[in-house]
Ligand binder design. Structure first.
Ligand SMILES: Cc1cc2nc3c(=O)[nH]c(=O)nc-3n(C[C@H](O)[C@H](O)[C@H](O)COP(=O)(O)OP(=O)(O)OC[C@H]3O[C@@H](n4cnc5c(N)ncnc54)[C@H](O)[C@@H]3O)c2cc1C
Length: 384
């Protein structure tokens, strides 16, 4: 069986891996000219940890884990106002993994690059399907036929448009920007955080010369140039922000997107199915996009290989509740990550300062981790 997978992100590469392991012949097409290995830290939690275990990747991921030690909050003048144990700050449960998105993408690519076809720098522009196959036309002008097509092409999926027309992701009213910056703060497995009303910036490095900067900010949609939009949106912030914004111009991996969720009534149409952010993006605010992509890839490939005729329906039946529970995490997380008012920033800073000294603080913060863990483990993997 030949399957075209659109998108060489986490969902696409993992789906390709599993379909190949089930004896199918996947081809991965990626719109970008090379693997997009940008991004900040991503979490692999709960059932998704079982998936990477079954891929034989758990140890490799642990070896490249961020191993973050502390998160320090700075005020606008650069004074450290609170230091938190990073495991608590990140809401992780024991066994959960955290890795830079780029390292995970590279690891997944290593699993598939010599075993199956990857085509970079093009994308599907038209698809027609009948009972036996899907015929696709690529932007390069080439035409090919496949037994199935999987859209793993992210939150703004072109495959989704081909199936369902224009479905606008549900905006959470915020944006995210991420890019590589020099590690001028000398961070070594430490995260630096600064809050202003409606805007948050985090900088993280595993040590070495570079770091990643992440901005979260409330703003309406804009057609402005992405770097200008970011600079305008965080104008007036103190701490290291002006210097970090100065680095954006030269960052080759500059990434900016809206925080949005994809909520569809169905994840497939005929011989075309969607997986990962294309089907059910929970938004980076949920912290569960990568875990949903990994579990989705495992279930989609397993069900399709077990029963090509009914595989897409079985995949959706198995994961729908799991997806809904994880998408539900985003709104609450976002309220904690981006604080709307000056009073809110003051109160949050105060709380971060005193929390580590309160008796039972681990249990208090642990409640957040428990809520995430419950959602992250709310599905059990089948054996295929
Ligand atoms: C550069 C980048 C950085 C990110 N950083 C973070 C982060 O720091 N934190 C976080 O929580 N989430 C981040 N995300 C989102 C996160 O990767 C996903 O939520 C999650 O891993 C699910 O992945 P996915 O494979 O479904 O989608 P994505 O990771 O978005 O991958 C989709 C892939 O499809 C490609 N593509 C897009 N359109 C087409 C097309 N028409 N045809 C073929 N290919 C196409 C894209 O170039 C991309 O490689 C980032 C995504 C990207 C692309």
């Amino acid at each position: 069986m030949k399957v075209l997978i659109c998108g060489a992100g986490i969902a696409g590469l993992a789906t390709a891996y599993w379909l190949h392991r089930h004896g199918w012949e996947p081809t991965v097409v990626e719109r970008a000219p090379a693997l997009r290995d940008g991004g900040y830290k991503v979490d692999i939690r709960g059932t998704a940890v079982d998936v990477v275990e079954r891929m034989g990747l758990r140890d490799a991921i642990r070896d490249r884990a961020t191993a973050i030690r502390t998160a320090t909050q700075y005020d606008e003048r650069g004074r450290a106002v609170a230091v938190l144990d990073a495991e608590l700050f990140g809401g992780r449960h024991s066994g959960d993994l955290e890795i830079m998105r780029g390292d995970l993408t590279q690891l997944l690519y290593e699993q598939t690059r010599h075993r199956l076809e990857h085509v970079f720098g093009t994308h599907v522009v038209a698809a027609e399907q009948d009972d036996a196959q899907v015929r696709v036309a690529f932007a390069s002008g080439e035409e090919r036929a496949f037994d199935f097509v999987v859209g793993a092409d992210g939150v703004h999926s072109g495959a989704r448009r081909l199936c369902f027309g224009d479905t606008v992701p549900h905006s959470l009213g915020h944006h995210i920007a991420i890019y590589t910056v020099p590690n001028h703060l000398g961070l070594d497995r430490q995260e630096a955080v600064h809050l202003a009303p409606g805007r948050t910036v985090n900088v993280y490095s595993t040590g070495g010369p570079s770091a990643k900067a992440l901005f979260l900010f409330a703003a309406p949609e804009s057609d402005a140039d992405p770097r200008t939009f970011l600079a305008d949106s965080v104008a007036g912030m103190g701490w290291e922000v002006p210097r970090l914004i100065g680095y954006a111009a030269d960052a080759p991996d500059f990434y900016l997107d809206t925080l949005a969720q994809v909520r569809l009534d169905s994840w497939s149409k005929g011989r075309i199915a969607l997986v990962g952010d294309a089907a059910f993006c929970p938004s980076p605010a949920s912290g569960q996009g990568t875990s949903l992509a990994l579990v989705g890839a495992y279930a989609l490939a397993g069900e399709l290989a077990a029963n090509p005729a009914g595989g897409f329906a079985a995949y959706e039946a198995q994961l729908r509740d799991f997806v809904v529970k994880n998408q539900a995490l985003a709104a609450g997380n976002l309220r904690g990550m981006v604080v709307g008012s000056a009073f809110g920033v003051w109160a949050q800073t105060r709380m971060m300062k005193v929390l580590p000294h309160l008796p039972g603080h681990r249990a208090i913060i642990g409640r957040v981790a428990d809520t995430i863990h419950e959602a992250a483990t709310s599905v059990t993997l089948k054996d295929y």
